[in-house]
Design a protein around this ligand. Structure first.
Ligand code: SF4
Ligand code: SF4
Length: 99
């Protein structure tokens, strides 16, 4: 599963396990298998696999997951996948720079 690794120690993903109701939605929607579910609570299996897509936070019914989706290089990489072009996230200046 090493191919699912993103970048070390850059993800903004946070989970408040105290409020988790164990519904499993985060496990179901995460494309990088970041979450596991054990004994009725979600846990972050590998923080560095998170690419900040935001699906987990958007689907958690009790709002105990936070992540700054669509920022930084994750957005650029998704753009590259979808368009077949060079990754870019429009965060740079007007001359086309990125990050
Ligand atoms: S933001 Fe996306 S990749 Fe990161 S944990 Fe949530 S669903 Fe998984
Ligand atoms: S989606 Fe939210 S409530 Fe459901 S298991 Fe994940 S963290 Fe817990």
């Amino acid at each position: 599963m090493a191919e699912l690794k993103y970048l070390d120690d850059v993800s903004t993903l946070q989970l408040d396990t105290g409020g988790c109701i164990g519904c499993g939605m985060c496990v179901a929607v995460c494309p990088h298998a970041v979450f596991t579910l054990a004994e009725g609570k979600a846990a972050i299996n590998d923080h560095n696999r998170c690419m900040e897509c935001g699906a987990c936070a958007n689907n958690c019914p009790v709002g105990v997951i936070t992540v700054k989706a669509g920022v930084g290089c994750a957005s650029a990489i998704i753009y590259g996948w979808l368009t077949g072009k060079e990754p870019r996230c429009d965060c740079g200046d007007s001359d086309g720079g990125c990050c």
